[in-house]
Write a protein that binds this ligand. Structure first.
Ligand code: CP3
Length: 393
């Protein structure tokens, strides 16, 4: 398969991505290539920046015609994830178009359950499905912790290839699903409306659910540490379904395991801290507790006001968010207005990473995304003091 051409199939003038076919292993001297844009890493650590960094959840995805072209070439979404050169190509596509401040590894949170033997597939319009969902205590007892360098090698290789091709332009974010969110898919078998099975397990056999969450937390810890060792410069835990829990159950079945993972992660690589972002969709009521997990930054969805979030936890952690993804359906003028409002809600100073409150939807016009990213670049400057040697620590 010819590499590096799919970005042009949409007829847009995109720079072709030249991917070398060398071994994905990077010599350590190359890894230390200096980072030309470290705004994201600085903001996540609440250090001064010249403007607010911006990246968008699902910035690589179906709203981009060049993504759809590469996916068609790969055959399906999973083949795209499992071919490091193609995963790299789609990771870089949004960066070729927009002045974003970070790349996020192109993969999926469900790679871990797949490596545990559940048999992942995706059907068009239906989302993920497992051929062998967890149905009995024996199914759970049989689960092993996958070795990232063998069973998830394609992901770790993708991290290495992406770092090489990024060549220090912007940092690379690695990610995984939270144990609770992964367990939800593993027990339900596919997307669910009522969460009957996983909640049945939670209320009827909490010890069994703890057993599942424990093995999953071990798997996520190893997986994220392997991503960091391969070159991920920040990592994010996606807790998409934490918000369906009661406060008590959230603490016991979701946050406790994310806290355990945070405690087990490598915190420094290549001579810099590796910031950790926790994002619980629908977790606005629990921000203080999330901030106490030991993470560096908390993702905030659009149902929480960013000024409230800052007042509550902004002295301890950075905040990432939180434009309503549906705002991208509005006119350019309204998008600019909404973007300016999010910046104003956070206010002056560092510690804010601009993002959406959840992923970009597939129906969004890429030109609206450009409007948003450029608006953040432009409007955020007055919120930061000019960088001088004195405030660059
Ligand atoms: O953000 C990025 O650009 C990086 C890539 C990324 C994907 N999935 C690619 C993807 C990330 C970070 C994820 C995380 C993920 N995957 C989550 C947590 C974040 C969230 O959205 O809440 C979840 C719950 C999943 C599981 C998953 N993967 C679902 C429910 C679906 C189907 C829904 C959909 O949008 O089609 C996927 C598929 C998926 N993962 C796609 C992409 C680009 C679409 C696949 C395609 O048809 O090409």
């Amino acid at each position: 398969m010819e590499l590096g051409t799919a970005g042009n199939t949409s007829g847009l003038m995109l720079k072709p991505l030249i991917l070398s076919k060398a071994q994905p292993k990077l010599p350590s001297s190359r890894m230390a290539t200096s980072l030309q844009n470290d705004r994201l890493l600085r903001a996540l650590l609440r250090q001064p920046v010249d403007r607010t960094p911006v990246w968008l959840m699902r910035q690589a995805g179906r709203y981009l015609p060049e993504y759809r072209a590469t996916r068609a070439r790969a055959g399906c979404f999973l083949a795209l994830c499992q071919t490091p050169e193609l995963a790299c190509e789609v990771t870089l596509q949004p960066l070729e178009r927009f002045p974003l401040d970070a790349a996020i590894l192109f993969s999926d949170i469900l790679t871990i359950p797949d490596a545990m033997g559940l048999g992942l597939s995706f059907s068009e319009g239906e989302g993920p499905r497992f051929a062998r969902p967890l149905r009995t205590a024996t199914d759970i007892a049989r689960l092993g912790v996958p070795d990232p360098e063998t069973e998830l090698r394609y992901v770790i290789d993708a991290v290495r290839v992406i770092r090489r091709e990024l060549a220090g332009r912007v940092p690379l974010i690695g990610f995984a699903g939270s144990p609770w969110t992964l367990a939800t898919y593993m027990v339900e078998g596919s997307a669910s409306k009522d969460y009957a099975r996983i909640k049945g397990l939670l209320y009827e056999q909490p010890e069994l659910l703890h057993q599942l969450l424990d093995v999953t937390a071990q798997a996520v810890t190893l997986y994220l540490n392997a991503q960091i060792a391969a070159g991920a410069q920040a990592v994010m835990l996606f807790d998409t379904w934490g918000g369906i829990l009661t406060p008590r159950a959230y603490r016991e079945f979701s946050l406790a395991y994310m806290t355990q993972i945070v405690a087990g992660l490598i915190r420094e690589a290549e001579g810099r801290p590796v910031p950790i972002i926790l994002f619980t969709k629908g977790g606005g009521a629990w921000l203080e507790e999330i901030a106490n997990s030991g993470c560096d930054a908390v993702g905030v969805d659009w149902t929480t006001d960013l000024s409230d979030a800052r007042r509550r936890i902004g002295a301890r952690v950075a905040l990432q968010g939180n434009l309503d993804p549906a705002a991208l359906y509005a006119s350019p003028e309204r998008i600019r207005q909404q973007a300016a409002q999010v910046l104003a809600d956070y206010g002056a100073g560092s510690g804010h990473v601009f993002n959406l409150g959840h992923g970009i939807q597939p129906g969004v016009d890429p030109e609206r995304v450009r409007v948003l990213v450029e608006a953040i670049q432009q409007f955020s400057i007055p919120y930061h003091a000019p960088l001088s040697p004195a405030n660059l620590r």
